[in-house]
Design a protein around this ligand. Structure first.
Ligand code: ADP
Ligand code: GN1
Ligand code: MG
Length: 366
């Protein structure tokens, strides 16, 4: 049943009269609606019913979101010619409490942002220019948040990219086999288990203090970077997982999603591969902002990062399939299994090109 969007919209301090509301965008986690207002001069809005099964403590999540957007606003406003309503997410307070979220009578949490007008969004990247722009934007994002004042951000999903923990969950779900699917996915399980040890390297380097925790986005899927009509990167959205992390997580996930020659949901794995030109352009953009900040070990493992993130996502999709599809939104029964197969095909393409990937980073750094 569609919620009463008009009523919920009315609970926020927005300008403009509610005209209509419709489901919007490709997100897998929240229920996202675009609210159109009647007046030409008023902003439209994004209204989201937050997934509190995935994010278990919404006030804590929103506290991070408020701190991060306030800090980014300050930095972006200082750039000459910047357009703060389009280059940074703007949270709209709830009317009676002034909080950045509203709780309805069902106990569901809602939040609202200004709709970023005239944006373009891409599932994958079809030009080196866009890839460079995406990389530059993520690099700039990490650089801008490096001096966030105050306590460390909350871990909104604990151990989100910790592959050691993800593998423990994977094996636990296989043991339980709640949907009776394990016997049908033996080959897919083997693809995961045969790579377990090599994939733990980033966590181990962190434990040894060779790579620092920084503030990272942790969901740098290409569709979480909005572009303007001239294909310049405009704004980074989906800040729910901004928290302490290793830079490899952001670099890796952007390549995983941006350089795939097929969609994450592609029905045909023969179309899946990593486009090395897109990888290079993204790396150039990213390193144009971050070369001076990264330490030698961080640089050394950048080329490995796309394999790790592709492997993490392959593991998570397969875990969810075996678990009976409890986490990701799915459109058909085998959806998560197909997503897993696409990630494994992409991983193999990256493995085949890994020497070239390393060389490219070395050449850029010089
Ligand atoms: P999810 O975690 O479910 O992916 P997102 O916060 O990424 O949720 O939002 C889902 C989609 O809604 C995005 O992919 C984007 O298309 C759109 N979107 C989100 N916020 C805005 C915004 N402020 N302006 C315009 N579009 C937005
Ligand atoms: C989810 O929220 P969205 O759709 O941008 C997921 C990411 C996965 C992605 C796979 C909080 O991202 O970790 O990479 O799906 N976000 C969360 O498409 O689990
Ligand atoms: Mg998203």
């Amino acid at each position: 049943m569609t919620p009463d969007l008009k009523k919920i919209y009315g609970c926020f301090r927005a300008d403009g009269t509610y005209l209509s509301g419709q489901l919007f965008g490709p997100g897998h986690i929240h229920d996202t609606y675009r609210i159109i207002t009647a007046e030409e001069q008023c902003d439209d809005y994004i209204l989201q019913r937050l997934n509190h099964h995935v994010f278990k403590d919404i006030p804590m999540l929103q506290e991070n979101m408020e701190r991060v957007t306030a800090h980014l606003r300050k930095k972006i406003s200082a750039i000459e010619g910047s357009d703060i309503r389009r280059e940074c997410l703007t949270l709209i307070p709830e009317k009676s409490t002034g909080r950045s979220w509203y709780t309805d009578e069902n106990g569901d949490f809602w939040r609202m942002f200004i709709f970023i007008s005239d944006h373009k969004s891409y599932e994958r990247v079809d030009s080196h220019h866009k890839a460079y722009e995406g990389g530059r934007m993520i690099g700039r994002f990490q650089a801008m948040l490096a001096d966030l004042p105050g306590d460390p951000l909350h871990e909104t999903i604990p151990d989100f990219h910790n592959i050691v923990k993800r593998l423990e969950t994977f094996h636990r779900v296989i043991q339980k086999d709640p949907a009776g699917r394990v016997s049908s996915v033996r080959a897919e399980i083997d693809e995961i288990t045969s790579r377990e040890e090599e994939m733990k390297i980033i966590v181990r380097l962190g434990e040894k203090g060779k790579i620092p925790m920084r503030i990272t986005h942790n969901d740098t899927k290409f569709n979480n970077i909005l572009f303007d009509s001239n294909d310049r990167a405009l704004c980074i959205i989906d800040l729910d997982t901004v928290m302490p992390g290793y830079v490899h997580y952001d670099f890796g996930d952007a390549i995983r999603t941006g350089s795939n020659t097929a969609d994450e949901d592609s029905p045909d794995i023969s179309e899946v591969s990593m486009d090395i030109g897109i990888y290079e352009a993204y790396a150039r953009g990213y390193l144009s902002e971050m070369t001076g900040t990264l330490n030698d070990t961080e640089k050394e493992y950048l080329a490995f990062a796309p394999r790790l993130l592709t492997y993490i996502m392959a593991t998570r999709f397969l875990t969810d399939y075996i678990d009976g599809d409890k986490y990701y939104k799915i459109k058909y029964p085998q959806h998560n299994l197909q997503r897993n197969k696409v990630q494994i095909a992409l991983l193999k393409s990256m493995e085949a090109q890994h020497e070239k990937m390393e060389l490219i980073i070395k050449n850029i750094i010089g």
